[in-house]
Design a protein. Structure first.
Length: 106
């Protein structure tokens, strides 16, 4: 039997309080949301040309292997975004009123 070296790669890492695709500035969130919206891995690569198809499949496999934890992480991020959105609306009420008025005029 021939000895063939097996390469085990890691495609996702934790840094800056989030999950990121290794050696890139692309968040796992971006890949997962695209995947959940039905975008094919090839389509995801077109959207993120800095990634290889291998990296996208690796990220999707990571998500599927850790789906419960990643779904909870994403929900937490969505809740934090909603809090920030509400604070921004409160702090910039006049701006949001102008935006709503402009939208109503169209």
């Amino acid at each position: 039997m021939l000895a063939i070296p097996i390469i085990c790669k890691q495609y996702v890492e934790w840094r800056e309080n989030g999950f990121w695709i290794m050696e890139s500035r692309v968040s796992l969130d971006s890949i997962v949301y695209a995947f959940l919206n039905g975008t094919s891995p090839e389509g995801i690569v077109q959207s993120f040309p800095v990634l290889t198809l291998e990296q996208v499949y690796g990220a999707i496999a990571f998500y599927l292997a850790n789906q419960e934890a990643i779904d909870a992480y994403l929900k937490e991020g969505e809740a934090e975004f909603e809090k920030l959105r509400l604070v921004a609306r409160e702090q910039n009420a006049a701006l949001y009123e102008k935006l709503a008025a402009a939208k109503d005029q169209r």
